[in-house]
Design a protein around this ligand. Structure first.
Ligand code: FE2
Ligand code: FE2
Length: 173
């Protein structure tokens, strides 16, 4: 192990010890579980995509990969929000309207970033992984966690995320 790697490994351990409750960047942690496998899997997938965005070099040579990953992120988010909103409606969750508003706000922001990127403001991608990671960490803990007592797995459409993404797209056309 090189000196540099040894150092960064030690630094990572130190950070983890210093803040055991802070979620590492772009990582799903056990305390985020909403107790429903399909919804947890969606959340994990979104963190994975954010991580991919973080790990892909932000330079012109990777522009095609970056724009594809942003598109995949938008699809995953749309599909997940649709799945969650349908489940909340089916379960009669009383805070659906407010929850949906939070989803819409996030979607609108993501759309603005994606459009700016495609129009050439490539620097917008730099802050995207941390924005997605922070927003989802907070949203899952403070909003999604509240439907735990209402939504059971029988209310959740458990088809693959790609199907929900397609339906989300169809419903907006
Ligand atoms: Fe949500
Ligand atoms: Fe969610």
């Amino acid at each position: 192990m090189s000196h540099k790697r040894k150092h960064s490994h030690r630094a990572a351990l130190r950070d983890a010890e210093a803040s055991p409750h802070a979620a590492p960047m772009c990582e799903f942690t056990a305390d985020m579980s909403v107790g429903i496998v399909t919804l947890d899997a969606d959340h994990m997938a979104i963190f994975e995509i954010a991580k991919l965005l973080l790990d892909t070099p932000h330079n012109p040579e990777h522009a095609l990969v970056l724009s594809s990953v942003i598109a995949v992120l938008e699809e995953a988010v749309d599909g997940h929000f649709l799945r969650e909103e349908r489940a909340m409606r089916k379960a009669g969750y009383p805070r659906l309207v407010d929850h949906r508003r939070k989803h819409e706000k996030f979607r609108a922001h993501l759309k603005t970033v994606a459009e700016a990127y495609l129009q050439g403001t490539t620097s917008v991608v730099d802050g995207l992984p941390s924005f997605v990671s922070r927003w989802f960490s907070d949203h899952i803990r403070t909003k999604d966690s509240k439907y735990k007592d209402w939504v059971t797995s029988s209310a959740v459409d458990d088809r693959p995320l790609a199907f929900l993404s397609m339906e989300a797209e169809d419903s907006r056309q």
